[in-house]
Design a protein around this ligand. Structure first.
Ligand code: NAX
Ligand code: K
Length: 515
């Protein structure tokens, strides 16, 4: 798992490090890492470093200091470097001195002969001629969007942009963007990932993220939350072994859909069929449609007749009337793990007694989108979606999966996993029904609920991406992609599971050879 640390955690780690290593040394390590990545990008895009022009956007703090020292390193490799100072009186002194000694120059952002936007002619010129721009405007101490002059400078950038620590203008803690902000091609951060690199708009605006250790990593505490990677998903996805049969690999019950809207039932049941080798039971008014779409499913008309299952997926399309209420109550009283989605979330929000129907020891997964979350919590998730999800998971003693382009999954004990899709192909009607079916199947297979949600979310977004790009083994590959429906997403689930398992295999093989 890849950890993510809050700005406060990183600052405390920095202070512990400064007891052993002088602060300027740490800053130079950070700046050197930035310079190495700038040189790589310059070489990729322009064929070299010497003779290329670099503009540094430099704010008032140590983030600007990093940029200035990075400029000094690039100058020594033969690049022409100009620092554009947003706050000339407050620019990092040693960094500025270092840049000048190396032969770089500094100009004020709002200097002489300012144009109508207030940008000085030397600054405007430096930006216009640059082959690469370094964003050292603001780092961990960032509050709010870019101020007007910085925003104007950033708006003019047409060449590759490297952010120091984080894209300026993005909230470090939540990744939210409330006004002008940098969109970086590459971000070089220090010690470990911060929330803004993986959450919301910040994840997109960070571009490629490179983590440079600089000595801080060793001082970091337990991360605030974590990301699953393809290897972990591939290693953890349940696969039948030689001793297994249809019961031992997990029997999942799906209670979804209605006679008028059988689609939710067909999609959720299909996802359960495709997720694992176990058996799928369906209970509800769409039994005929489910049977004809998925002959392998044992379908009955009501949850009472469904037979034994190891976990339930419940909710999509069951309605919020009395029959939906009875269905939800029945599955909660079964004492089995339950993934409750869609209408069942509304039922929880509307009827407090529903919480009492649960066996408190049986895991409950709730999978709201922002609107359903607001119904459950009394208010929307707001900018800090990790804190919001964690709060409800704890207070409801449930696993809470908050849907969105960045999916946040919180366990009742405070653990959090985040899945950043980095694309939105799964934002299509019915895609939530597929996710519910995947989670239910993994719960039935005995996967720990936080991981079940994490694995399902990862495979779900990968399936959407593969389907959108025609990479599901049926030909017609496309780099640009095209919109897909939930059925295409569902059809791509086996391709996504194969892809993560292949990645895990490829990673395991060199490890085995090395041991
Ligand atoms: N202390 C060190 O030696 C190290 C610091 N590091 C760098 O130091 C950075 C943190 O430095 P600082 O704590 O000096 O703070 P920043 O450089 O993040 O912020 C500088 C100043 O900008 C102001 N500011 C906040 N929001 C702003 C906005 N929207 N527009 C304009 N100005 C705004 C703040 O009041 C702050 O005083 C890290 O992000 C990292 O780049 C790294 O070099 C690692 C080592
Ligand atoms: K920055």
């Amino acid at each position: 798992m890849q950890g993510v640390w809050t700005p406060d955690q990183v600052r405390s780690a920095e202070h512990r490090l400064f007891a052993r290593v002088p602060e300027p040394t740490v800053m130079r390590r950070a700046a050197f890492a930035v310079a190495v990545q700038c040189a790589r990008l310059l070489t990729e895009r322009t064929g070299g470093v010497a003779g290329r022009r670099v503009a540094l956007l430099v704010g008032a703090g140590n983030n600007g200091g990093d940029a200035l020292w990075a400029g000094a390193f690039l100058r020594r490799r033969g690049a022409g470097v100009t620092a554009v100072l947003l706050a000339p009186d407050k620019a990092h002194e040693a960094g500025l001195e270092g840049l000048r000694r190396a032969g770089g120059r500094a100009v004020p952002a709002e200097g002489a002969n300012a144009d109508t936007a207030g940008i000085g002619s030397e600054a405007a010129d430096a930006l216009e001629r640059a082959d690469l721009v370094v964003d050292g405007i603001v780092g961990l101490a960032a509050r709010g969007p870019l101020r007007p002059v910085a925003a104007e400078l950033v708006r003019r950038v047409t060449v590759p942009l490297v952010s120091v620590d984080l894209p300026s203008g993005v909230d470090p803690m939540t990744g939210s963007v409330e006004g002008p902000a940098v969109s970086a091609d590459l971000t070089v951060t220090f010690g470990g990932l911060k929330p803004c690199h993986v959450l919301g708009a910040g994840a997109v605006r960070s571009g490629e993220v490179v983590v440079a250790g600089v000595g801080i990593t060793e001082e970091l505490p337990e991360p605030e939350f974590a990301l699953l990677d393809a290897v972990e998903v591939g290693e953890g996805w349940p696969i039948p072994g030689p001793e297994d049969d249809k019961y031992s690999t997990g029997v999942v019950g799906v209670a979804a859909g209605s006679a008028t809207y059988p689609g939710a039932a067909v999609l959720a049941t299909g996802a359960a069929v495709r997720a694992t080798a176990g058996m799928v039971r369906y209970a509800g008014p769409a039994a005929d449609e489910v049977r004809s779409a998925w002959p392998e499913v044992v379908a009955t008309g009501s949850v009472g007749d469904a037979g034994r299952v190891q976990a339930w997926s419940v909710g999509p399309g069951i309605g919020t009337g009395s029959s939906g209420r009875d269905v939800l109550r029945f599955v909660l009283e079964s004492g089995r793990p339950v993934c409750a989605d869609a209408d069942s979330i509304t039922l929880f929000a509307e009827d407090d007694t529903m919480w009492d129907a649960r066996d408190p020891d049986a895991p409950l997964v709730l999978t709201p989108h922002a609107g359903e979350f607001a119904r459950l919590a009394g208010e929307g998730p707001g900018a800090d979606r990790v804190a919001a999800a964690r709060g409800i998971a704890t207070s409801c003693n449930a696993f809470l999966l908050l849907k969105g382009n960045t999916t946040v999954i919180a366990a009742p004990d405070g653990r959090v996993l985040v899945n950043d899709a980095r694309q939105a192909w799964s934002a299509t009607a019915g895609s939530g029904d597929v996710l519910t079916g995947l989670i239910g199947a993994l719960l039935a297979a005995g996967v720990e609920p936080l991981l079940a949600c994490g694995y399902a979310t990862h495979v779900h977004s990968l399936a959407a991406e593969l389907a959108a790009h025609g990479k599901t083994g049926d030909g017609g590959r496309s780099e640009a992609g095209a919109p897909i429906g939930a059925s295409a997403l569902l059809a791509a689930v086996p391709a996504a599971v194969r892809a993560v398992r292949d990645t895990a295999l490829r990673t395991a093989a060199p490890r085995a050879a090395a041991s």
